[in-house]
Design a protein around this ligand. Structure first.
Ligand code: NAG
Ligand code: NAG
Ligand code: NAG
Ligand code: ZN
Length: 444
């Protein structure tokens, strides 16, 4: 992108953070101060109704600031990244036309990520036809040769083969297509591309991270769940259940509104409405809420901020992150004031206030992450010795990141636990057999 176009990037402000970290409030304060509007980037808050269970900011708390993309979708509809990008872009364009800086706020970090950064994966390499080299082995791309493609790629471009899952036919075929069409190894093309390090930034971006320390945040989240109970959480869960009963379907708990934290956690209570079950469900909901917050934090530190920092190297004046420490709510106003100051300086191209110690700490952490991620670009494969994938083969994770995620996953932990139980059972059986044999020997 040319210098001229860099100057033309339009402004956008992001407020990210975990649930309960105060990001919605910060967004409202910024919007009020700078006379602009807020766009929701939370995949659950797009649904109409279910205000409590999805943690929507109340009408009063919105303080007359317009909130877009909130409460407009019916429960039986699904929403995805492309939907969000399209809808958000339309509103962003409208606000830009009025000279306003759109403020996006939400916990669905992959919505934010896809809005901010152009995706430039290998699949975007489309070699011009004039370079097309007719290759004698191209027949291997036919569907019936799916099993041969991976070994072939291993032979012609082992580095690239290392990157893909052996059964990810789509990516393997794409790599081979590039190989046949360009006559070059895809890993070489990839290296060329990444050494150029093209900017992927779509807007002049200021990203606030509303962050509270875990020792304060976790109890705060427990309290928040208790507060939700008083605000009518159970009525909402009941009405979700009646929607299901009236329409006679089995909801997929991994899609749409049914994924929201609280609904699935209270499922046992519909089977047994005892006080004990209720308490157990409530505890489960608190645990899920806290797990989700930790997951969000990890995403911000390991993905969103690294993207920001590596863009910053390319375009120092076009992207900035700032941390609002919301640990101590008594210092809330200070934090809002500083954030407003950063906002004003950044978008008016004035000298920025110095980084806080906290921001420097975050920056150091992110730089370390970036170093290891660079090493992982051609990442290693990890095969799990206990889990199988859908096709019954050993589960394979590509890259340290995916591997760590797998090790932490419920599925893996459950499989390990089951194997252990089976092993102890087997041991007991063996021991009993042995004892019986000894006894038999003795009596003989
Ligand atoms: C919101 O707008 C209403 C009507 O214009 C006004 O009475 C009220 O004070 C405003 N509230 C806030 C928090 O600004
Ligand atoms: C419901 O759960 C309680 C406590 O766990 C148990 O004592 C009771 O028998 C259960 N009731 C039914 C109908 O399963
Ligand atoms: C955030 O603020 C709290 C309380 O004011 C403080 O104890 C903590 O050290 C701060 N966090 C960081 C990372 O500076
Ligand atoms: Zn596993």
């Amino acid at each position: 992108m040319s210098y001229y176009l860099i100057l033309m990037l339009k402004p956008i402000c992001i407020v990210c953070g975990t649930t309960g970290a105060g990001k919605s409030d910060l967004a409202v304060q910024l919007a009020k101060k700078f006379g602009t509007e807020v766009i929701n980037a939370d995949s659950m808050q797009v649904y109409r109704g279910f205000d409590t269970i999805t943690n929507k900011i109340s009408h009063e708390e919105q303080e007359n600031v317009t909130h877009h993309l909130m409460s407009f979708l019916n429960y039986d509809q699904e929403y995805s990244v492309p939907n969000f990008e399209k809808d958000a872009r339309r509103i962003i364009d409208g606000l830009h036309a009025q000279g306003k800086v759109p403020i996006l706020v939400g916990g669905t970090n992959y919505y934010l990520q896809s809005l901010l950064f152009e995706d430039s994966t290998l699949s975007s390499i489309d070699p011009p036809l004039s370079h097309k080299v007719k290759h004698p082995d191209e027949g291997i791309l036919n569907d019936e040769n799916a099993d041969l493609m991976f070994p072939y790629l291993q032979k012609v471009d082992p580095l690239m083969a290392e990157r893909w899952h052996p059964r990810d036919v789509r990516k393997i075929r794409r790599s081979l297509e590039i190989y046949f069409h360009t006559g070059k190894r895809p890993s070489d093309i990839y290296k060329e591309q990444s050494s150029i390090k093209k900017s992927k930034l779509k807007y002049k971006t200021l990203l606030f991270w509303a962050n509270a320390e875990n020792d304060v945040l976790m109890p705060r989240l427990d309290t928040r769940v208790d507060k939700m109970l008083h605000q009518g959480l159970m009525n909402e869960i009941q009405s979700m259940k009646s929607v299901i009963n009236e329409n006679g379907f089995t909801p997929d708990l991994t899609r749409g509104i049914w994924q929201c934290i609280g609904f699935k956690e209270f499922e046992p209570w519909f089977q047994n409405s005892s006080q004990e079950t209720f308490q157990a469900c409530l505890d489960k909901m608190k645990i899920s809420t806290k797990q989700y917050a930790k997951y969000q934090k990890k995403w911000i530190l390991n993905r969103l901020l690294p993207l920001c920092v590596s863009e910053q190297k390319l375009r120092p004046s076009s992207i900035l992150f700032s941390v609002a420490n919301t640990t101590n709510l008594q210092k809330w106003h200070e934090q809002v004031e500083r954030s407003c100051n950063v906002f004003s300086c950044f978008f008016n191209n004035q000298k920025l206030p110095p980084m806080t110690e906290e921001e420097q700490g975050v920056l150091e952490k992110v730089k370390k992450t970036l170093l290891t991620q660079d090493k992982d670009t051609f990442s290693t494969k990890f095969t799990c010795d206990v889990c199988l994938d859908k096709t019954g083969h050993p589960f394979v994770a590509i890259g340290e990141d995916a591997w760590q995620t797998h090790l932490q996953s419920r599925k893996h932990k459950m499989t390990v636990r089951r194997m252990k139980e089976r092993a102890t059972r087997q041991e007991r059986i063996e021991a009993a057999k042995k004892a019986a044999m000894e006894r038999r020997k003795e009596t003989a």
